[in-house]
Design a protein around this ligand. Structure first.
Ligand SMILES: Nc1nc2c(ncn2[C@@H]2O[C@H](COP(=O)(O)OP(=O)(O)OP(=O)(O)O)[C@@H](O)[C@H]2O)c(=O)[nH]1
Ligand SMILES: [Mg+2]
Length: 114
């Protein structure tokens, strides 16, 4: 981004249920995304705006990336892929209280292409 840029798009990606929507809500300061203890809660790309004196951030909260077992799962992964190609910065979320697993590794590897 150019030095003068004061606005950008960021998305949080990660396995289902790792807290992406919770983090989005916390940063935006309002509950814009539904959060729950059940995986696959987020089913659309939800946009929240953070305004700070130093700039503006548009956060795109996405569904969790996972090994799809259903058509819904496939569609959700496709949606994330689309968002990944559109944003300036990708934030990769992993739960602090769990070991990094194969699902996390797969996502990390897939991010290399962006
Ligand atoms: N202990 C703890 N729980 C958290 C934290 N962040 C989120 N949670 C809980 O984890 C669960 C999942 O949170 P979400 O924010 O819905 O997770 P998500 O990654 O958006 O999930 P999907 O949209 O299904 O992919 C909820 O029950 C949250 O309350 C955290 O920092 N610590
Ligand atoms: Mg979510």
């Amino acid at each position: 981004m150019a030095e003068t840029t004061r606005s950008g798009f960021v998305t949080f990606v990660g396995r289902p249920n790792v807290g992406k929507s919770t983090l989005t809500n916390a940063l935006v300061g309002e509950k814009i995304a539904i959060t729950s203890e059940k995986p696959q809660t987020t089913r659309r790309a939800i946009r929240g705006i953070v305004n700070r004196p130093e700039g503006q951030l548009v956060i795109v909260d996405t569904p969790g990336i996972h090994k799809p077992r259903t058509l819904l799962g496939e569609r959700l992964n496709d949606l994330v892929e689309q968002v990944l190609g559109d944003v300036d910065v990708i934030g990769f979320c992993v739960p602090a209280n769990e070991k990094v697993g194969p699902g996390d590794r797969r996502i990390a590897a897939s991010l290399d292409g962006y």
